[in-house]
Ligand binder design. Structure first.
Ligand SMILES: [Zn+2]
Length: 355
């Protein structure tokens, strides 16, 4: 409940019995709860909702997982255990009704995520993940820019780079995907010991058992991409190519890739090779659609230049690209008027004065 909600003040700190499972849960007060919504009380589920997770952290609530990876219910000992989530939902509503605990059901617009392609509802889960501790890794990358060894064209994008590095958070590098570099962590089937190693160990260092399995998570795609400037040249071997081509010179990219890739190439390069992977980052403009959105395969809002040429001619296409995409612009040109890009209105301020 909300701490300002006088209706329930006397209940804070008491325990209540959760219908259907008979578990006892504490009544807590947190400003996250909207007292105008519904009864003004909400059940917190720390293991299955990002906001509830934060509330749970503030109040030391246990993170109880109630769903398996296939979205069937994980409540051993209850009648719902093993049911599909939607069947379980129907059964629970029916049981609440049967016990006289259901006041009413009303339609409610929510913002629970769905899968882009099949529209299946995505269930947030709490899972163990791998993180890279970033504070020490960020320092040399900050220094690279401040010392002038690394520079941005236009220079203003150096601020974007610095701001991100100076407010860095630890980096979650594990992904639950099938493609990618697998996390090099090995677990002993016997004693559970975990070993992180460059080469798969023959046996468990603790109990000597040879039955080991590798972590199934893969590295975040940007972790692998960050290695690109030197892994393509044969690193970690000190190859002729490494010798000749590394560090490289100029990276040409869009502003939207500064955090994902540019920064990560810089700190990974510094960490693994001791050198910045390039000395200059040139930020070019982005081609956008008529609504100011980036063209993307998933949105399907790209245009085929050949069709445009057939319809308007090559000069018209060239003119549009030239006027709309001078270095570092992220604005879209629609004929004579400049329009801010819908996704990043502030970036318009970075348009060079000459335009
Ligand atoms: Zn072992």
């Amino acid at each position: 409940m909300n701490p300002d909600d006088d209706r329930y003040k006397d209940l804070i700190g008491k325990m209540l019995k959760l219908p259907l499972t008979d578990r006892e849960i504490p009544v807590i007060a947190d400003s996250y709860v909207d007292k105008e919504f519904g009864t003004g009380c909400v059940k917190i589920t720390p293991a299955h909702d990002p906001n509830d997770f934060e509330v749970g952290k503030r109040h030391n609530l246990p993170e109880l997982t109630i769903m398996h990876d296939d979205a069937t219910i994980d409540l051993p000992g209850s009648k719902y255990d093993g049911m599909d989530r939607y069947e379980a939902r129907k059964a629970m509503v029916a049981d609440l009704e049967a016990q006289g605990l259901l006041v009413k059901v009303v339609p409610h617009a929510h913002n629970v995520g769905t899968h882009d392609r099949c529209k299946t509802t995505v269930e947030p889960m709490v899972k163990q993940q791998w993180f890279v501790k970033m504070d020490e890794m960020a320092k040399p990358a900050i220094e690279a820019l401040k010392s002038g060894r690394l520079k941005f064209v236009p220079e203003s994008f150096g601020k974007t780079y610095l701001h991100w590095l100076e407010n860095i958070r630890d980096w979650c590098i594990s992904r639950q995907l099938w493609w990618g570099h697998r996390i090099p962590a090995y677990y002993c089937e016997e004693c559970g010991e975990m070993t992180v190693a460059k080469i798969r160990p023959d046996k468990c260092p603790k109990c000597g058992c040879t039955n080991l399995h590798q972590d199934e998570d893969t590295l975040d795609t940007w972790f692998s991409s960050a290695l690109w400037p030197f892994s393509t040249l044969g690193w970690p071997k000190q190859t002729e190519e490494m010798e000749y081509f590394y560090p490289t010179d100029v990276l040409v990219t869009g502003y939207d890739i500064i955090f994902f890739w540019v920064i990560r190439m810089v700190f990974s390069g510094l960490e693994q090779t001791g050198k910045e992977p390039f000395h200059t980052v040139l930020i070019h403009g982005l081609v956008r659609d008529s609504q100011g959105r980036k063209m993307s395969k998933s949105l399907g809002n790209g245009i085929d230049p050949l069709e445009v040429i057939d319809k308007y001619g090559a000069d018209a296409l060239r003119m549009t690209l030239i006027t709309g995409n001078a270095p570092a612009t992220t604005c879209v040109s629609t004929g004579s008027a400049w329009r801010p890009a819908a996704t990043s209105p502030t970036r318009c301020g970075t348009r060079p004065a000459s335009l």
